[in-house]
Design a binder for this molecule. Structure first.
Ligand code: FES
Length: 199
């Protein structure tokens, strides 16, 4: 037999009951508010990443560095031939591009070469040159006009023909470019733009 007191249904709620109900009302709002805040942040961040990708400086400001022989110029016989190398500890790539860009070097008539840091400006993974437009469209969800420097970590894409500008993915800053010069038959690097991850 149950001896617990049977409260009158019309009895006013106690102060403790009122407080419990108030807390309960707020408790279910917490995950809803968290989801709303997360969604809002995601939308703002996505908009920032999409609309505020920085343009490469039309006049690169290189940090002075020691001269480094990259390769002989016959390594750039065809458009999109590329040579990877390390410049002062920075993985880099020199690539022949179809048209000159800010920071490129014209080796001879219609032979233009540019060099980029391969350190992704998002979180520092190493980018690679991908010449397969359909693979870029499939894997990186970006319809490219030509080969791109791509980062597999979070799917950023950088366009060598736009001076290394980030064109897809979470990266905002362009890839730093390297200063190039020709000495005889050799391509030389002698400086690099600052790494935005360190500034
Ligand atoms: S490190 Fe390259 S996209 Fe994140």
């Amino acid at each position: 037999m149950n001896d617990a007191p049977n409260p009158r249904p019309d009895a006013p709620p106690s102060a403790i009951d009122v407080e419990r109900r108030r807390v309960a009302r707020w408790l279910w709002r917490i995950p809803v508010l968290a989801a709303l805040a997360g969604g809002t942040w995601g939308v703002l961040r996505g908009g920032y990443v999409h609309f505020f990708k920085k343009r490469p400086d039309p006049t690169p400001a290189y940090q002075e560095g020691p001269p480094l022989e990259i390769a002989t110029i016959d390594r750039f016989e065809n458009v999109w031939d590329a040579v990877t190398f390390q410049y002062e500890g920075t993985p880099s790539v020199a690539v022949r591009i179809p048209e000159p860009i800010a920071g490129s070097l014209t080796l001879e008539e219609n032979v233009h070469v540019a060099a980029f840091s391969r350190v992704c400006t998002h979180l520092g993974c190493v980018v690679t040159l991908n010449r397969d437009a359909s693979a870029i469209a499939f894997a990186f969800n970006y319809r490219a006009e030509g080969p791109q420097l791509v980062c597999r970590c979070h799917l950023s894409v950088f366009d060598p023909e736009r001076a290394g500008r980030a064109v897809a993915g979470p990266a905002v800053d362009p890839l730093p470019r390297l200063r190039l010069r020709r000495e005889g038959d050799t391509l030389i690097a002698s400086g690099i733009e600052p790494n935005p991850l360190l500034s």
